[in-house]
Design a binder for this molecule. Structure first.
Ligand SMILES: Cc1cc2nc3c(=O)[nH]c(=O)nc-3n(C[C@H](O)[C@H](O)[C@H](O)COP(=O)(O)OP(=O)(O)OC[C@H]3O[C@@H](n4cnc5c(N)ncnc54)[C@H](O)[C@@H]3O)c2cc1C
Length: 425
C-alpha cells in the first residue's frame, strides 16, 4: 500500500446527506473530500421502482441553497423527476467527490484522527483525516429472513430495493412480504398491473393522504411535529421506532387501503413467520394489523381535528375511515405451488451495517450513539440517519438543518485546532 494521503475532513457517502455537509464545508473554505462507492445520489435512480413517486410532498424537498420551485409543491415527484431535481442541485456547486471509492475500514489513527482504507479501481489506499462524517444512508443492508434459503429454489426472490416493475418477475402470482412504505406501494403497483398479489401484512401504521382539504403531511407540519426533536415527539421513543406510515404519492396522491385491495381480489395474510419448500406459515395477526393501521389513521385525523379547532382554521368537515372489508378468519397458511406463486418480494426493511467502523460509537444493536449526528468519539459524526434529530432527518425535509449543525460542529473545532497550531499549543 502506498503512503497515506491526508485531508482534514472525509465525508463517506455522496447521497443528499453527505453532499449537504460538503456544501456547508465548501462555503466555509474547509478542505475535504466526499468518498462514494458509486456515484453521487445514485440511490434515487438505482434503488427505486419505475412507478415510484415521493411519499412526501414536493415542498418538503429542500437542500442547502436549493428548494423545489416547480409547478406542483403539493404534488409528488416521480423517480425520474427526483433524479432531475437532484441533478439541478449538483450543478449549483462543485463538491470534491471521489466516485467508485468504497471505504472498507475506518479506525483511530495512532497519530490522532482517523485512518480510512479506500478501495477503488486503483486498488487500496490509505487516507487520514481529523474528522469523518458517515453519510452512508439509513438503508444499508436489505433484510431477508433466514428461512428464505429453505424455500423452493424455483421461486424467484428479490428485495424491495431490487424491484423495478411487474415484467421483471416471472409470470404468475407474487407474494409481497411487508407493508411498510415500500411493501404497500409495491403491492399496489403489482395489483394495478393485474398481477394476483398475496400480501403479508405487518404492523405498520397508515395515514390519510388528504384530510380536511389538505395533505396530512402539510397539516402535521403546521402542527410543528416535524420540528420536534426525537425525544420530545409525542409517543416518545416508541413512536420513532415504528415503521413508517403507508400512503402513496402516485397519480397525485391517495390513501393505500389494503382492505379495498382485498375486496378487489388481493389475498392478504398476517405476519409471515416461517417457510419451507412451498409452504408458508403466518401468524394469525391479519385482523389485528388491519385494525391497528386504521386506528392510527383515524387518530392522526383526530389530532388534525383538534389542531383545526385550536387554531380556528376554516376547513371541510371531519370524517373517519370505516372499514370496507374484513377477513372472516386470520389465514395462517399458504401453499405457493397450489396458488401459482412464482416470486416473492421481500419488503421487510433494512438493518445498519457499520462493521467497517472501528470506533466505540455504537449501541448493543449496532446503532450509532449520537446527538444531532455528533458522537462521543472526537471527530466522528453521522448525517442522514432516520430520526437522527427530527422526523425529517432521514429525508429531504430535515437533512439541511442537520447538515448545518454537523458542519458547524466541524467548522468550529477546525478553527479551534488551527488557532491552537497558530499559537503553538
Ligand atoms: C424506497 C424509499 C423511498 C423513500 N421515499 C422518500 C420520500 O418520499 N421523501 C423523502 O424525503 N425521503 C424518502 N426516502 C428517504 C431518503 O430521502 C433516501 O433514503 C435518500 O436516498 C437518503 O439519502 P442519504 O444521502 O442519507 O443516503 P443514500 O442516498 O443512501 O446515499 C448513501 C451513499 O453512501 C454510499 N456508500 C455507502 N457505503 C459506503 C462506503 N462504505 N464507502 C463509500 N460510500 C458508501 C452509497 O454509494 C450512497 O451513494 C426514501 C427512501 C427509500 C429507501
Amino acid at each position: 500500500m502506498s503512503t497515506r494521503e491526508h485531508v482534514p475532513v472525509a465525508i463517506i457517502g455522496a447521497g443528499q446527506a453527505g453532499l449537504s455537509v460538503s456544501w456547508y464545508l465548501s462555503r466555509a473554505g474547509i478542505d475535504h473530500v466526499v468518498l462514494d462507492a458509486k456515484t453521487p445520489v445514485h440511490a434515487w435512480s438505482d434503488s427505486r421502482w419505475d412507478n415510484f413517486t415521493l411519499v412526501t410532498p414536493n415542498w418538503h424537498c429542500r437542500l442547502p441553497g436549493y428548494t423545489y420551485e416547480g409547478p406542483d409543491p403539493d404534488g409528488f415527484m416521480t423517480r425520474d423527476q427526483v433524479v432531475e431535481w437532484l441533478d439541478g442541485w449538483l450543478k449549483t456547486f462543485e463538491a470534491p467527490v471521489r466516485t467508485h471509492t468504497r471505504v472498507t475500514r475506518l479506525r483511530n489513527d495512532p497519530d490522532g484522527g482517523f485512518e480510512l482504507t479506500l478501495s477503488s479501481g486503483a486498488g487500496e489506499q490509505l487516507l487520514t483525516c481529523e474528522h469523518a462524517v458517515i453519510a452512508t444512508g439509513g438503508y444499508p443492508l436489505p433484510i431477508t429472513p433466514a428461512f428464505a434459503g429453505s424455500l423452493d429454489p424455483s421461486i424467484a426472490q428479490i428485495h424491495s430495493e431490487q424491484y423495478r416493475n411487474a415484467d421483471q418477475l416471472p409470470d404468475g402470482a407474487v407474494l409481497v412480504v411487508g407493508t411498510g412504505q415500500s411493501g404497500a406501494q409495491i403491492a399496489e403497483d403489482l395489483h394495478l398491473e393485474g398481477r394476483q398479489v398475496h400480501l403479508a401484512v405487518g404492523n405498520a401504521p397508515r395515514v390519510a393522504r388528504f384530510y380536511r382539504g389538505r395533505d396530512c403531511m402539510t397539516w402535521l407540519s403546521d402542527m410543528g411535529l416535524y420540528d420536534k426533536a426525537a425525544q420530545e415527539y409525542p409517543g416518545g421513543k416508541a413512536a420513532i421506532e415504528k415503521t413508517n406510515h403507508y400512503v402513496t404519492g402516485r397519480d397525485g396522491g391517495r390513501d393505500i387501503d389494503l382492505r379495498q385491495f382485498a375486496a378487489e381480489g388481493m389475498r392478504v395474510y398476517g405476519t409471515l413467520i416461517d417457510g419451507k419448500d412451498t409452504t408458508l406459515t403466518f401468524a394469525p395477526t391479519l385482523t389485528k394489523h388491519l385494525d391497528h393501521a386504521d386506528s392510527v389513521y383515524n387518530s392522526i385525523c383526530a389530532d388534525i381535528d383538534a389542531y383545526i379547532e385550536r387554531a380556528g382554521v376554516d376547513a371541510p368537515p371531519a370524517q373517519r375511515y370505516t372499514p370496507v372489508w374484513a377477513p372472516d378468519t386470520d389465514p395462517t397458511g399458504l401453499d405457493l405451488a397450489a396458488e401459482g406463486v412464482t416470486s416473492i418480494v421481500w419488503a421487510i426493511g433494512y438493518r445498519p451495517d457499520y462493521r467497517w467502523i472501528e470506533a466505540s460509537a455504537f449501541d448493543g444493536g449496532g446503532r450509532p450513539m449520537q446527538t444531532r449526528g455528533v458522537t462521543g468519539v472526537d471527530g466522528l459524526s453521522f448525517i442522514g440517519l432516520p430520526w437522527m434529530h427530527t422526523w425529517g432527518s432521514g429525508r429531504f425535509l430535515g437533512v439541511d438543518r442537520d447538515a448545518q449543525h454537523v458542519a458547524a460542529t466541524i467548522i468550529s473545532s477546525y478553527h479551534e485546532s488551527v488557532l491552537r497550531l497558530a499559537v503553538g499549543h
